[in-house]
Design a protein around this ligand. Structure first.
Ligand SMILES: Cc1cc2nc3c(=O)[nH]c(=O)nc-3n(C[C@H](O)[C@H](O)[C@H](O)COP(=O)(O)OP(=O)(O)OC[C@H]3O[C@@H](n4cnc5c(N)ncnc54)[C@H](O)[C@@H]3O)c2cc1C
Length: 487
């Protein structure tokens, strides 16, 4: 049943699980646990639709590279799945087997731990489970790159698709407009005793449960932990610890332009680095997309001006400089774009600001920062792509200067994939959650979502985070023993 906490103060007591945040991670977990006979509370800060009072609570500042964190998250039922694009690509075995070449460890669990949840996660995002991840083309297959494989979810909007289940699943209480504003920790027992929730009039109340799971997205998961004074007093969250650190994104940059080779198909292409490439260059992984500049529709006076500018710019070789404004289409010209792995980096991190939001929680600054090894990844992928294009006759590539000269400032944009702020590790010295997603130093606080990613790979994060949420549901169910709701 879905209730509006703004007008219905009907929270019950004695929940088995309290899940905070109703995006893909929280909804997946809630339905699994309630479906297994548990008493589950799912609290969602936003309402059924976008609203300014809720969205404003995501306001934050940014240093380093701009991560556009205010624009790339949605704070209402269904979370950011309300505008995700649906691109899905699973993690690979090597993501879990190979440690990153930086001073932070990789995943502490084996790939098989999430691989077995792939079919179920595919079904959740409406991908046909028998379709596999198909290659688009193979013309550059070799040691360095393979044709990339990904599938497109419709894209699944979690609030719509699961509306009936959220409304009708027995044992599940969903409260919207119900914001978590504190996690209360008892140092003596090592347990979270309650979460404090608030409506938009700042009416507050404590909620108790046996286990608590944070599923508010990678930025808010860390922010919630950092905002809890009792966790800080107990040393669970500390200045030098990993909470908020190792914030990762996928790197979205133009490698350069290309002129299509004679007789080559103008179809868009996608390639992915092979494990052999990553081992040889000690680099991160990357997806490379090559596409001819799209022809834009233009009418009347706009068409005439566009024609004039297009001829002029192509003649003097300026088309690339202004293609983002006009989308010129010089014959055969294309762009090469990327989704590249960022390595974990302690200094790429969230920190608390003194300023508070309307509900009294301290805001955060996000400092998104790369390490030299990331520039090395970009350079290696750029140079090898250019070489492979030439060798296979696919085209002639002109790389952007910042790709091969690491002294030139990088022009990079995020992909809206926020990861790593509560990373999984085998010890608290190198992470925030253990192999079962439980926060180190606590007995009943868990985290769901891409904040637990130890490394980012170059795969879109949502399907893998759903795999991890399904694994967490199994763990919590197993740990809780036989369900008691019907007894
Ligand atoms: C434009 C865009 C395109 C994208 N495309 C893709 C793609 O193609 N493929 C892909 O894999 N990923 C994509 N993503 C990323 C994807 O949307 C996220 O990975 C996914 O939504 C994360 O799920 P989540 O449940 O962890 O967090 P979210 O979806 O962010 O959900 C968190 C929920 O917690 C709630 N919440 C927050 N704070 C509180 C609080 N204090 N109390 C209670 N509730 C709270 C929020 O309202 C929200 O409902 C895209 C993102 C954007 C912005």
């Amino acid at each position: 049943m879905i209730k509006d906490y703004q007008s219905q103060k009907e929270l019950r007591d004695r929940y088995d699980f309290c899940i905070i945040g109703a995006g893909p991670a929280g909804i997946t977990l809630a339905l699994r646990l309630a479906g297994s006979g548990r008493r589950v509370l799912l609290i969602e800060g936003g309402g059924h639709e976008y609203s300014q009072p809720s969205q404003t609570l995501y306001n934050c500042t940014s240093t380093g590279m701009n991560v556009y964190a205010e624009e790339t998250r949605l704070r209402f039922l269904g979370g950011t799945s309300n505008h995700w694009a649906g691109r899905c690509r699973p993690f690979e075995k090597s993501d879990f087997d190979v440690a990153p070449p930086v001073n932070v460890p990789g995943w502490p669990i084996a790939f098989s731990e999430i691989e077995r949840y792939l079919p179920a996660a595919m079904a959740i995002v409406d991908l046909p489970t028998d379709s596999g991840f198909k290659a688009i083309n193979a013309s550059m297959d070799g040691n360095d790159f393979v044709a990339d494989r990904f599938l497109l979810s419709p894209p699944t909007r979690f609030a719509q698709k699961y509306a009936k289940d959220l409304q009708e699943t027995e044992g599940l209480d969903v409260f919207i407009n119900c914001n978590c504003v504190d996690l209360e920790f008892d140092d003596k027992t090592g347990r979270i005793t309650s979460v404090v929730v608030s409506d938009y009039a700042r009416h507050r109340e404590r909620v108790t449960a046996k286990q608590f799971i944070l599923a508010t997205g990678a930025i808010e998961n860390a922010r919630q932990l950092m905002n809890s004074e009792s966790l800080a007093t107990a040393g669970v969250v500390s200045k030098d610890g990993f909470v908020g650190r190792c914030f990762m994104e996928h790197l979205n940059l133009d490698l350069g332009t290309f002129i299509l080779g004679e007789g080559q198909s103008p179809e868009p292409r996608q390639y992915f680095t092979t494990d052999a490439f990553v081992a040889q260059f000690q680099s991160g992984k990357g997806n490379v997309s090559a596409a001819l500049l799209a022809q834009v529709q233009a009418y009347g006076r706009t068409a005439a001006i566009k024609d004039f500018l297009e001829n002029l710019a192509c003649d003097v070789g300026l088309a690339h400089k202004i293609d983002f404004i006009t989308h010129f289409n010089c014959p055969g010209d294309g762009v090469i774009t990327t989704l590249i792995e960022q390595f974990p980096n302690r200094n790429s991190r969230l920190t608390l600001l003194e300023e508070r939001d309307a509900l009294g929680m301290r805001k955060v600054n996000i400092n998104w920062e790369l390490v030299p090894e990331d520039r090395h990844t970009i350079k290696s992928i750029g140079l090898e792509v250019a070489k492979c294009f030439a060798e296979t006759g696919l085209g002639f590539v002109k790389l952007d200067e910042y790709v091969y000269d690491v002294a030139v400032p990088l022009k990079v944009a995020p992909h809206a994939h926020h990861m790593g702020t509560t990373r999984m590790a085998s010890t608290p010295e190198s992470g925030v959650v253990d192999e079962n997603c439980k926060v180190f130093g606590t007995d009943n606080l868990y985290v769901a979502g891409s904040s637990v990613f130890a490394t980012a790979g170059a795969s879109n994060p949502t399907m893998p985070l759903i795999q991890l949420a399904l694994r967490l549901a199994d763990h919590l169910n197993h740990q809780a023993g036989p369900a008691s709701r019907y007894s």
